[in-house]
Design a protein around this ligand. Structure first.
Ligand code: DGL
Length: 269
């Protein structure tokens, strides 16, 4: 990229997308780390949950969204969704020419931290069934036992009812007990929705269990890529939030999750 292009582009926002509002847990870390950047957050609520959709659908949808974000003027892209990464990151990288950070479950840091030799990974069915996840475990497990626990219904319940609903407690009772039984001492939050219920997960695990999410490392990686492309800064901390669903229903969830209402626009990529 030429210096001229860089100077022009650094005023453009960074695009962040997820199936819904899980990626806001990542956005929080990005904005804390990079306060001089503008962000465009896209929740693909119309197609939530991604975790139960076929891989080919997610690949095509991911590429369509990424191309539309380039046309919207994004200077970088964060795929703030483990499921979209698992299904579509390679296709997105092949389709667009932007710095891209793609989230995936933190198996490597979890293996480095475990003392019991057993880690748990909570993620969507689609993420855990993906070749990419199998590869990640193959490369990084290093002899550790990896309990991969799918959590169907959890992301939808968080979006529909907020983190404090009784439905979420019942789901978590089911999903967490195999990790306790296996003596996992590190739990990877392998879906960006799950940090919203981190306290509830921690309460179900023995004291001292480490919960890992990937917000901070993703923010550092994004900063490195922006610096390398001469794309850092140039914004003013502005945030635009858009959804492919009905803004009114998203506003209600944002209010429940963040305790404040954001202005949300409808956008169809
Ligand atoms: N937030 C997404 C992830 O990180 C997936 C939630 C969904 O199933 O849509 O995997």
């Amino acid at each position: 990229m030429s210096a001229l292009q860089g100077v022009f582009l650094n005023h453009q926002p960074i695009a962040v997308f997820d199936s819904g509002l899980g990626g806001l847990t990542v956005l929080r870390a990005l904005r804390e780390h990079l306060p001089q950047e503008d962000f465009f957050y896209f929740a693909d609520t119309r197609f939530l949950p991604y975790g139960d959709r076929p891989e080919v659908f997610l690949r095509e949808r991911g590429v369509l969204i990424a191309e539309a974000l380039v046309r919207r003027g994004a200077k970088a892209l964060v795929i703030a969704c483990n499921t979209a990464t698992a299904a579509a990151a390679e296709a997105i990288r092949a389709a667009i020419d932007l710095p891209i950070v793609a989230l995936e479950p933190g198996v490597k840091p979890a293996v480095a931290l475990t003392r019991s030799g057993t880690i748990g990974v909570l993620a969507t069915t689609r993420t855990l069934a993906s070749e990419r996840f199998q590869r990640l475990v193959g490369i990084h497990a290093n002899g550790c036992r990896v309990i991969a626990q799918p959590c169907p219904g959890l992301a939808e319940a968080i979006e529909a009812e907020g983190p404090d609903s009784a439905a979420i407690s019942a789901l978590l009772d089911n999903f967490i007990s195999p990790l306790v039984a296996a003596a996992a001492d590190v739990v990877v939050l392998g879906c960006t929705h799950y940090p919203w219920v981190a306290a509830k997960i921690a309460r179900r695990m023995p004291a001292g269990t480490i919960l890992l999410d990937t917000g901070d490392p993703v923010a550092r990686q994004l900063e490195r890529l922006l610096a390398a492309g001469n794309l850092l800064g140039g914004g003013a901390g502005r945030l635009t939030v858009a959804t492919s669903g009905a803004p009114a229903s998203v506003i209600a969830t944002v209010d429940r999750l963040l305790g404040k209402k954001l202005k949300i626009e409808h956008w169809e990529p």
